[in-house]
Design a protein around this ligand. Structure first.
Ligand code: HGY
Ligand code: MN
Ligand code: MN
Length: 417
């Protein structure tokens, strides 16, 4: 197959083209926030649709949950397909490459195939997953969930901070917003060879080892929860320290405990990403505090031990402080070991383009861990600059590494026979 030269420049330009769309309140500050079905999100979907059409896909469509799907047929219409892609939503003030790189690289590969008028003995289906980050609604991986038949009907009635339900947001975006329409998205695994995803590493390993690419061995398991501590609001000036039921201090002690507990294990992490005293005042003892917990580990048993220890100790802290502790799990994803066959294909592809083969696990969650539930999957990581920082506007890659990743993807296609 023709080797793609300097395709990385195209990919960097396409990344900028997508990154021009951001939400009010963020775009004015030059920050990137694209959450599910906002006008900025719809604008990115339109750009992806156009990019796929320009690249020569045979079919391009937007499905009932907002996934942008491009199909490049194989040499026979009943050929099975390679499924690939990643997400195009972002965290708040996120980076330009998280998710998007894994859509743009296969678009570049199809563009090369189409320009050569080449057909493979299998099709290529590229999915721009519409929602992976779980920002606007507590419905993480909802897009991949629709493809795997695990879309939770409850999600449709979830409301965002403005009280808009997901179903209403779908209808406003011109989508059906019905479970029946969403259930038609489920993929039949028999029609696919497997799922591959290219993604930035989002960590410091490849950068530290000065390697452009890494083959993923497994994706860590995770649990996310929303939490609330309920104490007693009181006068900050007259209430003695010994008589307080301070909800925020209970949350703070729980947060520090979670940090300490995660430090005990190799590979476990625990994060309080959001914390707030609703309706708080400078001179009022917090009566209530809401916060989130994100807990992960390389295996399900290690994750489960981490979660149960943290939740048990959180209740003990709350009791000691005469505060109530409420815990609501909002996401649970099992560890997703790479399919050995697809992992080997990535290893061979990386070697074939003359790059060192380095294997690592993924601390970050990905659409691939959801697709893992119905078909074999494996991922390729691309080095992140700035020590691999991510979920941060400092997230960066190079055009050269984007070119290498695209060449590796092309080489992977040769490994499928
Ligand atoms: O949080 C994650 O691991 C992913 O970036 N959504
Ligand atoms: Mn992310
Ligand atoms: Mn991601």
């Amino acid at each position: 197959m023709a080797v793609l030269q300097e395709v990385g420049q195209d990919i960097m330009q396409w990344s900028e083209r997508l990154a021009q769309h951001s939400e009010p309140g963020w775009v004015e500050k030059g920050q990137l926030t694209v959450t599910y079905l906002t006008p900025a999100h719809l604008a990115v979907a339109a750009e992806l649709k156009a990019l796929m059409q320009e690249a020569g896909f045979d079919e391009v469509s937007v499905d009932a949950v907002g996934n942008v799907v491009g199909v490049y047929h194989g040499d026979t219409t009943d050929a099975a397909s390679l499924l690939t892609g990643s997400h195009y939503d972002t965290v708040r003030n996120g980076g330009k490459y998280d998710g998007r790189l894994g859509i743009l690289i296969p678009i570049a590969v199809v563009k090369s195939l189409s320009s050569q008028k080449r057909r493979l003995p299998y099709g290529i289906e590229v999915v721009g997953f519409s929602e992976e980050e779980g920002q606007r609604f507590r419905a993480t991986f909802l897009a991949a969930g629709a493809l795997t038949g695990s879309f939770d009907p409850e999600w449709l009635s979830q409301r965002d901070v403005d009280g808009i339900s997901m179903a209403e947001a779908m209808k406003t975006a011109g989508l059906p917003g019905t479970l029946a329409a969403i259930q038609t998205i489920k993929r039949d695994p028999q029609k696919y060879l497997g799922f591959v995803e290219v993604h930035i590493e989002q960590g410091p390993v490849l950068c530290g080892k000065e390697l452009p690419l890494g083959v993923v061995t497994s994706i860590n398991a995770g649990v996310r929860a929303t939490c609330k501590t309920i104490g007693l609001a009181g006068h900050a000036g007259t209430t003695p320290m010994s008589m307080r039921q301070d909800a925020m201090l209970a949350a703070a002690e729980i947060s520090l405990m979670a940090e300490q507990r995660a430090r005990l294990d190799e590979g476990s992490v625990a994060t309080v990403g959001q914390i707030q005293v609703p309706g708080g005042s400078i001179n009022v003892i917090p009566g209530e505090c809401v916060f989130t917990l994100d807990m992960r580990a390389p295996t399900d048993p290690q994750r489960d031990a981490l979660v149960s220890n943290i939740v048990k100790e959180a209740h003990a802290i709350a009791n000691r402080r005469q505060v109530q502790f409420e815990y609501t799990e909002v996401m649970r994803a099992s560890a997703a070991p790479s399919d050995p066959g697809w992992q080997l294909r990535w290893e061979r592809a990386v070697a074939k383009i003359g790059q060192p083969v380095f294997k690592l696990n993924s601390g970050a969650g990905h659409d691939a861990m959801k697709m893992h539930t119905i078909m074999p999957q494996a991922m390729l990581f691309v080095r992140g600059g700035n020590r691999g920082i991510s979920h941060n506007p400092l997230e960066i890659i190079t055009a050269q590494d984007a070119t290498l990743a695209t060449q590796a993807f092309e080489a992977l296609l040769d490994e499928i026979n």
